[in-house]
Design a protein around this ligand. Sequence first.
Ligand code: FAD
Ligand code: MG
Length: 415
Amino acid sequence: MKNREAPRQRIVIVGTGFGAVMILKKIDLRLYDVIVVSPRNHFLFTPLLPSTTVGTVEFRSIIEPIRKTRRGIDYMQAEAVRVDAEEQTLLCSGVEEERSFRLRYDILIIAVGAANNTFGIPGVEEHTLFLKELVDARALRERIISCLERADLPDATDAERRRLLHFMIVGGGPTGVEFAAELHDLLDKSMKANYPALVGIPQISLFEAMPTILGAFDEDLRDYTIEHFDRQGIEVELNRTVAAVEQGRLRFDDGSVEEGGLLVWSTGYAPTPFVRDLPFAKERGRLVTDDRLRLPEQPTIYALGDCADVLGQPTPQTAQLAMQAGKYLGKSLNRLARNRSIKPFSFVDLGMLAYVGEEKALAEIPKVRLRLRGAITYLFWRSAYLTRLVSLKNKVLVLFDWMKTAVFGRDMSKF
Ligand code: FAD
Ligand code: MG
């Protein structure tokens, strides 16, 4: 008797980030039809995003078109709007033009990440720049160069120069810290050659509402960073809570005001509007899943990464977790289709890295209780990221960017 193939189930994956891409790398396309829905038609390697704001690494070196990530899948450029769990459909809305369509699914995987948290503080959306997507990094790079060019005009007053070249960052997490470090490197390396009249004027300030920066790192490493920043002339201001933002101005809750040419907002994550409106169980805005990454009441819906919280387990909002979860889910869906048993998911903390400027980095590796800092750690930081880039093309491009920057410096053209 001829062995007839069973009809393949259709998986709809929402998102093209770390979680989604790792599923795509693992899923067996002989077992499933896969459709990916996301407004972003590429994967973005966020750990190197701060480097692109100053041109240490080029924008296109850290993205990978999703259609190339895995041949044989379908991709639709659209935003997920609503889930109808009864009908098993996903309502999607086009990005380039206003039109909507419904996608039927057998299995739905929600991997939409998170949004920037503004804490509802007035003026943040209008007057600050975020650092989350490539468009943000590009806007930042243009803004930095434009501040320098404007300050270099002959009619700029001293006060104007100081205001334009005051670079203000709100939020002392890894992203804010790494951006401050990259910006410092840029100014350190290119002021004398490119803007000799402005040497000594730029000031970078990092404002943090808590009594410490890099809260997730060990105290030694936090102290080291604060000292290292001090040496580099990066001002760290702790216990400073922003109450409102205006054009070029931060207003703090104690009534004080700071002015600058660049305002960067990096104070962590909030749920995306899509997740916020989903009628499923959540924990601090994140979809609750069991240890198979499934929504408890919805046997056909999975969630992972920044938008999800695994019940009873620490679930940090990191690329590391999203990658492990994606790999796990891809493999377990393959096993499910073959009627094999699956093991529960558990996160293995491989540690954290952060770049702190002048070719120094931090590493905290919990498994071996190792804490490193300094120049050797920087080489480790570079190689760790290089090996984690998802495609060979990206690895080659980033390596060339690093060599190019070392030899020729950073490009200050604005276009
Ligand atoms: P994401 O990678 O954010 O992907 C979400 C995807 O969903 C995107 O493609 C988005 O376009 C799409 N999407 C959003 N809404 C919808 C919708 N309604 N419909 C369809 N698609 C949608 N983590 C580390 O571990 N190490 C680091 O060094 C590190 N550095 C970072 C540096 C920066 C500047 C930033 C911003 C983050 C960094 N992170 C780091 C965190 C890491 O990027 C996230 O934890 C990780 O991206 C989470 O993966 P994800 O798949 O859940 O979501
Ligand atoms: Mg994802």
